[in-house]
Design a protein around this ligand. Structure first.
Ligand code: DO4
Ligand code: MG
Length: 300
């Protein structure tokens, strides 16, 4: 069972369920967390609560592909884990050393360390949903999408659902100096999530999601990569435990779990590209790539 939000003909954002029969059913709640709270009040798992709500109800006329989707949750915060797959460690080492690696780096160390890399990625205002443009930074010449599985969390750190995420990254800025990480990772529209939230109760094994990333330029596929969450070095509960440690989590926080798909080193995103991030049982997060309207402000 997947939960989504879409804009209806009256331009109202509606919460809905995408059932296993691929039909869409409107739900009488304003957002994902309201749905979770309502299921808790009824003492039912969210999946059962939704099944009961839609039983005997007519699906909407439109098919899922015809809907104008909105971000599935206005996540108050998005956090991200880094270097959780070997592929990411190798890519980070490449950008930090221009391929001339001769000693253990902090990326090698964090890959092996007990404490994972976890960083602040985005706020609701910076995070976009399906179909909306991710923006390019104007001061970077080496930008890539990072396709990642996202955990949708409650304030107690419970995994409520799974979504697909794009942790847009500037390899040149991070490679120049790791202290620039916030600038390499956080800017307007640098994070996308969606297209739906797959309810956690519908997932038997979260270490078996297939991920794929495809990038199109003038309708030609210029990058394609695949991975599986079984390649993760870490466990999800370990990442959540470190995120929550001495921290305050908010209901609906999203934790991205790291990338295992890295475009070829010579690749950088350009305006007009289109990114598809697909995760099995979740679907395809589709975003065009645009330059930001606002450029570097003039210094006074
Ligand atoms: O070390 C920087 C971030 C790495 C990252 O975002 C990832 O591995 O997904
Ligand atoms: Mg990442």
């Amino acid at each position: 069972m997947r939960i989504l939000r879409y804009k209806n003909k009256r331009e109202t954002i509606v919460l809905a369920a995408l059932a296993d029969d691929e039909r869409v059913y409107d739900l009488p709640h304003s957002d994902f967390m309201e749905l979770v709270y309502a299921s808790e009040r009824e003492g039912k798992p969210t999946i059962q609560y939704v099944k009961d709500l839609i039983a005997g109800q007519e699906p909407i006329e439109e098919a899922f592909d015809e809907l104008q989707l909105a971000v599935p949750i206005a996540a108050p915060e998005v956090w991200a884990s880094g270097v959780t797959y070997e592929k990411s460690k190798d890519a980070r080492n490449y950008e930090a050393t221009a391929g001339k690696l001769d000693a253990d780096t902090f990326y090698d160390k964090v890959y092996e360390a007990e404490r994972p890399e976890i960083f602040f990625k985005s706020t609701a205002a910076r995070t976009i949903g399906p179909g909306q443009p991710v923006y390019l930074r104007s001061d970077s010449d080496w930008q890539i999408p990072e396709p990642e599985l996202g955990l949708v969390l409650s304030k107690s750190g419970k995994v409520l659902g799974y979504t697909a995420g794009n942790d847009m990254s500037c390899r040149d800025i991070e490679g120049e100096n790791p202290l620039y990480l916030p600038q390499a990772k956080v800017w307007k529209h640098s994070c996308a999530i969606g297209p739906v939230i797959l309810l956690a109760e519908a997932v038997d094994d979260p270490y078996s999601f297939d991920l794929a990333c495809r990038i199109y330029r003038s309708d030609e596929k210029v990058v394609e990569g695949t991975a599986n969450t079984k390649q993760l070095k870490r466990r999800f509960d370990e990442l959540v435990e470190f995120l929550a440690r001495d921290n305050e989590l908010f209901d609906g926080t999203v934790l991205l779990t790291g990338t295992c798909i890295v475009p070829p080193n010579e690749f950088t995103l350009k305006e007009g590209d289109r990114i598809e991030i697909e995760i099995s049982s979740i679907g395809v997060l589709n975003n065009p790539v645009k330059k930001q309207e606002s450029k570097i402000p003039t210094a006074h």
